[in-house]
Design a protein around this ligand. Structure first.
Ligand SMILES: C[S@@+](CC[C@H](N)C(=O)[O-])C[C@H]1O[C@@H](n2cnc3c(N)ncnc32)[C@H](O)[C@@H]1O
Length: 197
């Protein structure tokens, strides 16, 4: 409920800026279009992170770190355009699913699925509503605040041995197996590797 109020509050605050900066004359269509963009963006921000795709070189690095094995179950919780799950199924014969909260980004991921002829699944909605207990590997690129809240869900649901690969931000208070340092040659931020005990 508090998330819902935050989203509505964010939209109400941002709305006048749109009209001031674009000089747009308010009408019902521009208002509706704007709300359709602003609400999911605000929701993604509050629930996890805005859409910032991981550079492909860094995605390949994450997949390598995960040491994926044939048949494993893989999730990207906040999958953006689906690049991680598409590359995972293409190169590693795993069963990969991405969750995406923002309708536009979800649509983009579905279009990319067709273009990539991928058998990865893309599910629309908040990953928090899904039980992740059958995961072998979880990928995430979420804001530190969301990761801190997520920690309880992952600790509760994931089985021992499950790997969690977090791009850019650590999952507090977990102790990482290894922090893979930033690599500017492939535009990769640090990658945090965890394994559930
Ligand atoms: C920083 S982007 C990362 C995208 C992708 N994983 C990548 O590495 O390229 C985070 C994505 O997570 C989505 N997201 C944020 N919170 C979410 C949630 N609670 N459930 C599902 N998707 C979420 C956002 O809409 C955004 O597309």
């Amino acid at each position: 409920m508090s998330d819902f109020l935050l989203i509505i509050g964010g939209v109400v605050i941002l709305l006048p800026f749109f009209y001031i900066f674009t000089n747009a004359a308010p009408n019902i269509y521009s208002l509706l279009a704007l709300l359709l963009i602003l609400i999911p963006t605000a929701a993604a921000l509050i629930n996890g992170a805005p859409f910032v795709p991981t550079p492909i070189g860094a995605v390949e690095r994450m997949l390598k770190i995960a040491k994926l094995k044939k048949g494993q179950k893989v999730y990207d919780i906040g999958c953006g355009d689906g690049r991680i799950v598409y590359l995972a199924t293409k190169n590693h014969e795993v069963s990969a699913t991405g969750f995406e909260l923002s309708p536009f980004i979800y649509l983009l991921a579905r279009i990319r699925k067709i273009l990539w002829k991928s058998r990865a699944k893309i599910k629309f909605g908040n990953f928090k509503w899904h039980n992740l207990s059958d995961a072998d590997v979880i990928f995430c690129y979420l804001m530190p605040g969301s990761l801190a809240k997520l920690e309880a869900k992952l600790s509760r649901e994931l089985k021992p041995g499950t790997k969690v690969i977090s791009y850019a931000f650590r999952i507090s208070p977990w102790k990482e197996v290894r922090k893979h340092e930033q690599d500017n040659s492939i535009r990769s931020a640090p990658i945090w590797e965890y394994e559930i005990k």
